[in-house]
Design a protein around this ligand. Sequence first.
Ligand code: ZN
Ligand code: MN
Length: 144
Amino acid sequence: MTMHLDHALDILKSTGVRMTPQRYAILSYLLESMTHPTADEIYKALADRFPSMSVATVYNNLKLFIEAGLVRELKYGDDSSRFDADMSEHYHAICEQCGKIEDFDYTPLTAVEHAAAAHTGFKIFGHRMEVYGVCRDCSKAVTH
Ligand code: ZN
Ligand code: MN
């Protein structure tokens, strides 16, 4: 479940972050978007409305949102990080053809965390699990 915009704005306000039209637009875009956009995709989606905005502005705001606990960054080892405003526990299916990331719910795999702690002695803070395949749209495109 994605957080309601009003609630997200309250949280930001409580951290002392000043609201700007760009900041508001980036946050509401993320809350409405189900696509786990990259910073570049967010920039492109809002560039018409904010011609003076740069990708760096988008990044800086994303950093703020992450620090406020409103958004999480899904890193993929390059600069193609994707951003998710759904902070609930959920898992991701990733399309290997178009890169789409879709949410799905599954009982949290806490057993894996316990096993990891037992086998490695690590203090475990969490885990990320994703499955890979081909999405509905892409499999349709293949069979045509
Ligand atoms: Zn796809
Ligand atoms: Mn997600």
